[in-house]
Every structure is written in structure tokens, then in C-alpha cells.
Design a protein around this ligand. Sequence first.
Ligand code: L34
Length: 295
Amino acid sequence: MPATIIDGLAVAKTIRQEIAAEVAAIKEQHGLVPGLATILVGEDPASQSYVAAKNKTAHTLGIHSEQMTLPATTSEEELLRLVEQCNRNPAIHGILVQLPLPRHINEAKVLSAIDPAKDVDGFHPVNAGKMMLGQHCFLPCTPNGILELLQRTGVETSGAEVVVVGRSNIVGKPIANLMLQKRPGGNATVTICHTRTRDMAAHTRRADILIVAAGVARMIKADHIKPGAVVIDVGINRVGQSATGKAVLAGDVDFDSMLGKAGAITPVPGGVGPMTITMLMGNTLQAAKQAAGLL
Ligand code: L34
């Protein structure tokens, strides 16, 4: 049987409708409009398109959104000052500083400057720590999107062998941690592979659920998985340009070779990416409700 293609865009649309309905309700009942600030430093085309998509989605859902675009030459102090301004602005409930930042800016320092109550990316050390302890906090958007995608497509995680390829702070570490936890969408046996893993295929072939966030185009092939495995492809690699100048995208998984072997697989585009943006909207709504004492 050919692999089921997990339609991230369709799941994202369903969740967006749920969020839009709640945004409308809190506006009606409490006069509260969730506000998001997106901060983009520099002109990386991929970052520009992701941030534009975040602002557009926010507007569509009735969320107030301000895009702040700064030149690549912006100093760390200037960026910290802008973050401080957003921290103090009562119309802004969520702050997103798009990564990566230019090399002269200390990423950890900037992320730590965001008010944890407005940290809708869940990257502040306070939220990262709470997440690891299983406490209520903002969950990072991509891992949270993966959890939602698995749950809403009925994938059983309890007792499952989950293998994560990649150990980033944004995806690999948090998704491994969340799937380990005693909670719905968790209770898995988790293995994390990385660049120093000795025999990666020996690990990935044991996975019931394989999550790949390595940043290497099409590195995972059919012979890396066991038949019927659920494959979640987090990679977004720009592998070329179409005749019209549009970027051609490929995941970290060799999608075509998987179709005859995987049980289910997420495509790129249209898999995890739309879920990331949707979870950001959900976190912004959560931040606004918390600020207003509604949660
Ligand atoms: N602070 N920085 C911060 N938070 C984040 O959560 C991100 N990330 C990653 C990069 N930097 C960040 C994103 O938003 C990656 N990322 C992201 C978000 C959305 C999409 C891809 C990456 C997305 O919508 N992808 C579409 C295709 C988009 C295209 O055509 O380029 C998809 O269907 O996969």
C-alpha cells in the first residue's frame, strides 16, 4: 500500500479556523485583540518569506501584527532596544525574532531579552526549562506543530520507538523531550541521532516514527526506514530555482523513494511548515489571554 501523505496544510487550515473563531470571540466578549510583533534582521530571502507568511496569517485570523524589519547592519544594542520596546508595549502580546540573526549579534542574548510572558516562540531559557520539566509554558512552534500533526492524524505515540535526526534547540532537542513526556502525544521511547552518531541507519530503521530535522536535502532514503514507518520531514532546503525564479524546495527526506515503503509521510512544502506558522498564532492567542487574565 502506498504511503499516506500527511496533509499539513489541511490540518493547519482546520486549526486556523479554530483560532480565528476564538480570536473573534475574545474580541467580542472582552474587546481583546491579540498582538504579534515579528522582528526580521537582514534580507535573507527564506526568512523574508517566512516572516511575511506569519504576518499574513495573523491578519487573516484577526490577530494584530506588526512587522519590524531592520537592516543586516543593525547592532545588537539596537535590536535589544527594540525588543525592550515590544516588551513594554501593551498592544503586543507576542514577540518573534526570526532566526538566524546576523553573525555579529548574540542570539542567546537577544532571545533572553524577550519577556518570557511574550515569548511565543518558546525559545527563552525560562520557557525551555519549563518545557523540559513538563510545566505549562509556550511550546516551540515547530515541535508543537509536529505533535498536533501526529495527534490529529491518529498516530499512536505511546510506547512507540521515535527516532529524531538532528539536535537543534529549535526542533531536535524539544521534540525529543516532548515525545518523551508523560502526556498525550508523548510516552514514546526516544532516540536522538546527530552528526557524530556511529551507525545512523541502524537507529532510524528501528523507528515507528522518524522525525528528521537535519538540514541536509534528501539525506534520508528508503533504506533508512522500516516498512510502515511514519516519517515527519522538518527540512526545508532550497535546492534550485524554477524557470520563473521561484525556489525549488526539498525536505531532508527523499520523498519519492519513501512512497512505496513508509506508512505515512509529510511532504515539503505542505507538511510541517504550515503547522509551525499556525502554532505561532495559537501561542499569540494564548499570550493575549494570559495577559488579560483569561487563562
Ligand atoms: N524565531 N525563527 C524563529 N521562529 C521560528 O519558528 C523559525 N522558523 C524556522 C526558521 N527561523 C525561525 C520558522 O518559522 C523555520 N520556519 C519556517 C516557517 C514556515 C515555513 C518554513 C519554515 C513554511 O511555511 N514553509 C512552507 C513553504 C514556504 C516556502 O515556499 O518557502 C511549507 O509548506 O513548508
